[in-house]
Design a protein around this ligand. Structure first.
Ligand code: HEM
Length: 440
């Protein structure tokens, strides 16, 4: 398989568990609602609705016109592994009202090239080590502040931006940082909205377009200044340097605008998704208590707490791919053009793939061997469009989990509800972080 996910092996996904291949049929499912909408309970709790449909109709079933649920780990992995190929990921296209021709030029190709250049695994490892003290300091001051007055989701997002933003742009400061925040806050609201008015009717959408333009233009200017000052003999210090250093036949591989685009995508995710990840970690620690069992090392425990949080409270609980070729899943035909819906949360809570009761929050499960079936744990996705922030996100969350070992998180009683959208956020989230050992 090449990095673009165009596999040379057979395109037909695996058959059902018994290996039998039935003649292809269309996916079963409920009677479609008017306008081809999903069942009414999908809006209230999409993953509970998907679980109901899976139990009623099977692991491949229709949830709305042109939308098909895949609920087996190997099928989900099949689709994710073919992103950009037989199963197109297009979630980073800007909504039409925000498109500017220069910003979407060769979008997928440029982005995939930037992904390859940046060598995320290397960036993740090197940078996580180098920035560990910065992360720790920033998280400590966030936690101290949350001891005095309760922290909400926006505070978590700022904390993660300050802890990890430097991995991508080490000098994200002053007006550049303000321009980023103005655009990010509005973008997030837009991406969580269930209904968006067309651009020309929506003052908020117009504000967001303006804020986005200001931010991208400031970033492009910053990239230009960094390019002019870059000494190639110096080792790269952030993602910006790595992208500037990339060469295509001795010429810079990316224009300033392309570098800015790749940086902006990542910084946007640090703030929105990374911050949401921290909020869920705090919510989980507050609700369940995560006292470290005797005999377990501090780092191992922090890692286990983070894995368990990402299992039960993944910030990206749902994603989808559009098939560009006909496919067949366990004898059920899904035609090109249909969108396959994939839910990490559905997979993470399906007892068929987990050794211990997956409904229970239990970080200790991660101390055992063979915790789950292959491909049954996908908090960061998989394949060529796997989250680029895996290492950075884990470094921030593990650092935070370590600091929480001698702190107590308190908030409203019970776990916050979920606000479903491109990101699954905790609803009405507010916690106080006090001194004192974590409860067990
Ligand atoms: C430092 C924080 C983070 C950064 C910089 C980051 C960055 C990104 C980027 C740039 C993508 C798009 C990749 C592409 O389409 O090629 C992505 C995808 C994704 N991220 Fe993250 N992310 C972060 C945190 C998280 C967290 C906390 C989660 C939740 C568990 C998460 C889960 C995902 C998933 C599941 C995808 C793939 C979506 C899909 O395949 O459709 N990310 N991330």
């Amino acid at each position: 398989m090449d990095p673009d996910g165009r596999g040379t092996e057979k395109r037909t996904p695996p058959t059902g568990p018994d290996g039998r291949r039935e003649p292809a049929t269309r996916p079963p499912g409920p009677v479609p609602r008017p306008l081809g909408l999903p069942p009414a309970d999908f809006d209230r709790d999409p993953v509970a609705c998907l679980a109901r449909l899976r139990d009623e109709y099977g692991d491949v079933c229709s949830i709305a016109s042109g939308r098909v649920l895949l609920a087996r780990p190997e099928w989900m992995h099949w689709a994710l592994a073919r992103s950009n190929g037989a199963a197109r990921a297009d979630q980073f296209e800007e909504p039409p009202q925000f498109r500017r021709p220069d910003l979407i030029r060769d979008h997928v190709e440029t982005w995939m090239a930037a992904r390859r250049t940046a060598q995320w695994h290397r960036l993740g490892r090197d940078v996580a080590e180098r920035t560990a003290p910065v992360m720790r300091r920033s998280l400590l001051s966030f936690m101290d502040a949350a001891g005095d007055s309760p922290a909400g989701l926006a505070d978590c997002q700022l904390a993660v931006l300050d802890a990890a933003g430097g991995v991508f742009v080490r000098d994200l400061e002053g007006p550049l940082r303000s321009a980023f925040l103005a655009a990010a806050v509005l973008l997030q609201r837009e991406s969580m909205a269930s209904f968006a008015l067309p651009y020309r009717f929506s003052p908020r959408a117009r504000r967001r377009l303006r804020a986005n333009t200001v931010w991208i233009e400031a970033l492009v200017a910053h990239v230009g200044a960094r390019r002019a000052a870059r000494d190639a003999a110096e080792p790269p210090s952030d993602l910006l340097d790595l992208l500037l250093d990339a060469r295509d036949d001795d010429r810079p591989a990316f224009s300033d605008l392309e570098v800015a685009q790749a940086l902006s995508i990542n910084l946007g995710n640090v703030y929105t998704v990374g911050g949401t990840g921290l909020a869920w970690l705090l919510a989980a620690c507050g609700e369940h208590g995560v006292a470290r069992p005797e005999g377990v090392g501090a780092e191992d425990w922090a890692r286990a707490v983070v894995k368990e949080t990402l299992r039960l409270y993944p910030a990206v609980a749902l994603t989808s791919r559009t098939l560009t070729e006909d496919a067949e899943f366990g004898g059920v035909a899904v035609p090109a053009g249909d969108s396959v819906v994939l839910s990490s949360l559905l997979l993470h809570t399906d007892p068929r793939w987990w050794r211990e009761d997956p409904g229970r929050f239990d970080p200790a499960r991660w101390l055992a061997e063979e915790v789950h079936d292959a491909h049954a744990y996908l908090p960061y996705g998989a394949g060529p469009r796997i989250c680029t922030g895996v290492h950075v996100s884990n470094a921030v969350l593990e650092s935070a989990a370590g600091l929480l070992a001698d702190r107590a998180v308190t908030g409203r009683s019970g776990l916050p509800g979920r606000r479903w959208g491109a990101i699954t956020q905790p609803r009405r989230f507010r916690v106080r972080i006090g001194r004192g050992a974590a409860a067990g």
